[in-house]
Design a protein around this ligand. Structure first.
Ligand SMILES: C[S@@+](CC[C@H](N)C(=O)[O-])C[C@H]1O[C@@H](n2cnc3c(N)ncnc32)[C@H](O)[C@@H]1O
Length: 223
């Protein structure tokens, strides 16, 4: 979540938003219709979408996992760049938002590349693990339900192949990540602990991209 990048002055934000990505009319329409909704800032920014699309292109992703669809923007940008016969497999608990997302994917011509489920993230991920999908994804984007991010990350480590990418959103928690641990809310504490454990694991390559509300990018490795 975060439809703009933290700390960018207005003029730079507008420059980056306009130049970051070759936006199709369907994507533009989805951004405009989402901008008037409550919680519009759940939607990732154009520049974050561009980074996700770029990373998936570089690793030639074919199967991409997403937890947290909202109105469908991040799944749309991913679906566009998957290699032939690729699929985005995604979930969200909000049935109304999923209806909006599915209509947007249809309008953008990518609906047949997206398998979407109205389901809680943990149930969805456990079902994928139980149905022999371990190692079958090239990438994952975790963007829902902060208190469960750690759990989702661990499921993604099983589902994403070694060398694949796991992207975790909202590291900054709108600045709350810099508070002392005692002052953190539960969701921020989870991001804090996850970030520290990734940094402490010499087996994991990672970086923080300060886009939107901060995104962690981890190159998966089987433990
Ligand atoms: C920040 S938004 C996702 C934004 C989306 N990636 C985009 O680019 O537009 C987070 C979404 O997570 C969903 N969500 C909240 N709790 C969830 C859960 N336990 N399992 C799955 N989805 C959940 C919310 O309904 C919301 O649509």
């Amino acid at each position: 979540m975060a439809s703009r990048t933290a700390g960018l002055p207005e003029e730079l934000q507008s420059f980056v938003s306009s130049m970051a990505y070759r936006m199709s009319p369907a994507e533009k329409e989805l951004r405009e219709s989402t901008a008037v909704l409550p919680n519009a800032d759940y939607q990732i920014s154009p520049e974050q979408g561009a980074i996700i699309a770029f990373l998936l292109t570089v690793i030639r992703a074919r199967r991409h996992l997403e937890i947290g669809v909202f109105t469908g923007y991040s799944a749309l940008v991913a679906a566009k760049v998957l290699t032939e016969s690729g699929r985005v497999v995604c979930c969200d608990v909000d049935a109304d938002r999923m209806t909006t997302a599915r209509a947007a994917w249809q309008a953008a011509g990518v609906a047949e590349r997206i398998d979407s489920y109205v389901q809680d993230g943990e149930t969805f991920l456990r079902r994928l693990v139980d149905s022999e999908n371990a190692n079958t994804f090239d990438s994952a984007f975790v963007d829902a339900d902060k208190p469960n991010f750690r759990k989702y990350f661990e499921y993604c480590r099983v589902l994403v192949r070694p060398g694949g990418l796991i992207l975790v959103d909202n590291l900054f928690r709108q600045g709350r990540i810099t508070r002392t641990v005692d002052e953190m809310d539960a969701g921020t504490r989870v991001l804090h602990d996850l970030m520290h454990s990734i940094k402490a694991d010499p087996e994991l390559s990672y970086c923080i991209i300060p886009v939107g509300d901060g995104m962690i990018v981890v190159r998966n490795k089987r433990t």
